[in-house]
Design a protein around this ligand. Structure first.
Ligand SMILES: NC(=O)c1ccc[n+]([C@@H]2O[C@H](COP(=O)([O-])OP(=O)(O)OC[C@H]3O[C@@H](n4cnc5c(N)ncnc54)[C@H](O)[C@@H]3O)[C@@H](O)[C@H]2O)c1
Length: 314
């Protein structure tokens, strides 16, 4: 691992902050983990040691456990944590006043070239950074819990965030072996919770209308949709399910999905232009002459998953 990586400050050592300390330290970054609660800091150190132990046991660490552990230093001084840091990951409670006060403090303490990212689940950066002189280096980097096990992270710039700060954050998380996605505009729920919300809204309706039990809805996801979705997304899923790809799927299934949407009071038809945009993206990733090969890959991936499910005792 490179010794030239600059320090990362993690502000707040709860569930998310502790997990981020592992993410960055595992990638070779020195990490300063701050929390106002000393007991929490000590507990965080034990949690980090325990989780690194499990990761080692599962063969999921490329580096020596002790080397990773020594990269994490805890401190109850925010100024000390932030001093010299190239990236500051704020992981404090989800309260607007807390974030507002904290961002003002961090902005005053951070190096001129540092990026300040909030882990906020629901509050876009524009709600607590507008008045800051350094607002152009502030954004949201929303992880999925726990980020040291689930790689996807949503990068959400505010309207005034510099493109350079956004690009540096995307690059940092790629180096840290995460899977960052860019949310072009601030929107409630970002991407993950909007997609989860769509599924949950329908799931609740189906239970309410007596169509199926809650248990059976979970089974549909666990033993049905989720099997493919742990390997490929919803667009690739239908692309591989239909000869001719997603454009052909939209012709065959579009009207039925439109009727289902209308039944729920939603009228967002898959217009020709919209389907052409998604189809264009799919065909760039997977030309149709490679379709059968990818279907065979998906099937092998499902076999690997079945093997894992069979062997995983919990
Ligand atoms: N838990 C999740 O599933 C999840 C997932 C994604 C994002 N998030 C977001 O991450 C952030 C942290 O959530 P969490 O679940 O780790 O919360 P948590 O309650 O586990 O931890 C919050 C930590 O912040 C500390 N803290 C309190 N006031 C502080 C301050 N002024 N400055 C710095 N630290 C302070 C607390 O002592 C605590 O250790 C929230 O914005 C949350 O919405 C949470």
């Amino acid at each position: 691992m490179s010794d030239t990586k600059r320090k990362i400050a993690v502000i707040g050592a709860g569930s998310i902050g502790t997990a981020f300390a592992i993410v960055f330290a595992r990638a070779g970054y020195p990490v300063a983990l701050y929390d106002p609660d000393d007991q929490r800091l000590q507990a965080a150190l034990s949690e980090i040691a325990e989780r690194l132990g499990y990761l080692t046991k599962e063969g999921l660490l490329d580096d020596d456990l002790a080397a990773i552990q020594t990269r994490v230093a805890v401190t109850s001084s925010m100024a000390q944590a932030i001093s010299g840091a190239v990236h500051i990951q704020e992981c404090a409670p989800e309260l607007l006043d807390v974030k507002r006060e904290l961002f003002a403090k961090i902005d005053a303490l951070a190096s001129a070239d540092a990026v300040i990212a909030s882990s906020s689940s629901a509050m876009p950066a524009s709600q607590y950074t507008e008045a800051l002189s350094g607002r152009a280096r502030c954004l949201v980097a929303h992880p999925t819990n726990p980020p040291y096990l689930i790689p996807m992270i949503e990068i959400v710039p505010a309207p005034w965030t510099d493109a350079d700060a956004t690009q540096r954050t995307l690059a940092l998380f790629r180096v840290a072996n995460m899977s960052p996605v860019l949310v072009n505009k601030e929107v409630e729920g970002f991407l993950l919770n909007r997609l989860q919300g769509a599924v949950l809204r329908e799931a609740y309706c189906l239970v309410r209308d007596g169509i199926a039990s809650a248990e059976d809805i979970d089974t549909v996801m666990r033993d049905g949709l989720g099997m493919r979705w742990c390997w490929i997304g919803p667009f690739e899923t239908v692309d591989l399910n239909t000869r001719g790809g997603i454009a052909s799927h939209a012709i065959k299934m579009g009207p039925a999905y439109a009727r289902m949407g209308k039944e729920r009071g939603q009228n967002d038809p898959w217009t020709e232009d919209l389907v052409a945009t998604v189809d264009g993206s799919r065909r760039k990733t997977l030309p149709l002459d490679q379709w059968s090969e990818r279907v065979a890959w998906r099937d092998r991936a499902l076999m690997a998953l079945l093997r894992l499910r069979k062997s995983f005792a919990g």
